[in-house]
Design a protein around this ligand. Structure first.
Ligand code: HMG
Ligand code: MG
Length: 285
């Protein structure tokens, strides 16, 4: 049987969050609908975060209200705190995500608190989501390198990953936030995490600043990971990670995986159309 790889499409959230000019809500909805037509089972649609911090995501509820949902597709939203969770529940997100960091510098810059404080904030989000039957994903940023603190010790990644899983996250996505990691750095980090965590509970979220994201996915596949985050058109960057480029382009990941004999279930023709549309939003924004 062909090995299946799940791609978690990040374009509407990680891809667009950093755009300075406001993108019309109708265009965001159109992008999500085009991605649904590509056959993704997971699409991160938006974030319920402070509009002062990330103005581009201020229309989160309207985007989720406007999309045409398909059966079997999970439409996700970032929820850093209880207020975010309430917004996501009202807007009927199918799953939510908390996001922490393996480095203190990025934790402070991105969510304005220390790693330990963030874990304290996440605990009630997990409890409430569990009570509501809502799956929660976790992100760990800066798993290899941090723009503020430099190299991240792999044991920090293990600690935060385990804490998120212990709280009840169904999966933790390990991020190379600034896209500078090499396969050997990813490999060292994954070895530390995989010493205590099964690969089925992990995903890879690699930005492509240094052009090594596909190589980093390959090394992660070799270690048993089968879920990867990617953004259509390679859009994106994090407002609190200076210099970081977009996620690895979904169309490149799909092409690489299919060439290597993995099944993704993604329609590459529809994906090319979605990528062209996504890039046109960036150009006009
Ligand atoms: P804070 O300032 O520490 O918290 O922000 P606060 O509770 O004092 O709230 C400050 C203000 O935000 C208040 O408004 C709150 O009402 C409001 P004010 O009184 O000043 O008018 N607020 C909210 N508004 C809407 N929705 C909410 C919400 N919560 C508070 N949920 C907070 C803490 C986390 C909210 C803030 O730091 C924040 O919103 N940060 C945004 C971070 C973000 O979205 N970053 C990008 C996404 S993460 C990412 O890209 C990385 C990832 O891709 C993986 C990787 O690549 O590494 C996932
Ligand atoms: Mg990211």
């Amino acid at each position: 049987m062909t090995d299946h790889v799940t791609l978690f499409e990040m374009g509407p959230r990680d891809g667009l969050q950093n755009e300075k000019a406001m993108i019309a809500t109708a265009d965001k909805i159109k992008l999500v609908d085009m991605l649904t037509d590509c056959g993704f089972s997971k699409i991160e649609v938006t974030s319920f975060v402070s509009p002062k911090w990330v103005p581009q995501m201020a229309d989160a509820s309207d985007v989720l209200a406007g999309i045409t949902r398909a059966d079997g597709v999970s439409y996700a939203a970032l929820t850093p705190n209880m207020r975010g969770l309430a917004g996501a529940q009202d807007a009927k997100a199918n799953e939510v995500a908390i996001f922490g960091s393996a480095s203190e510098g990025f934790s402070q810059a991105n969510i304005n608190c220390s790693i330990d404080e963030s874990l304290e904030r996440f605990a009630p989000v997990l409890e409430a989501a569990k009570a509501a039957g809502l799956p929660v994903r976790g992100y760990v940023s800066c798993t290899v390198e941090c723009p503020y603190d430099g190299a991240t010790p792999p044991e920090n990644v293990l600690r935060v990953t385990k804490a998120m899983l212990d709280m009840g996250c169904y999966e933790v996505s390990l991020a190379d936030t600034i896209g500078t990691a090499t396969p050997s750095g990813i490999s060292r980090m994954l070895d530390a995490v995989l010493a205590e965590v099964a690969p089925e509970l992990l995903a890879g979220h690699y930005h492509d600043t240094g052009g090594r994201a596909l190589d980093n996915i390959k090394v992660s596949l070799d270690k048993g990971l089968r879920v990867f985050d990617a953004a259509v058109g390679g859009l994106g960057g994090c407002p609190y990670a200076p210099g970081a480029q977009g996620n690895v382009a979904t169309e490149s990941v799909v092409a690489m995986l299919e060439a290597q004999g993995y099944a993704t279930g993604i329609d590459q023709v529809a994906l090319a159309k979605a990528a062209a549309f996504a890039l046109s939003l960036k150009e006009t924004a």
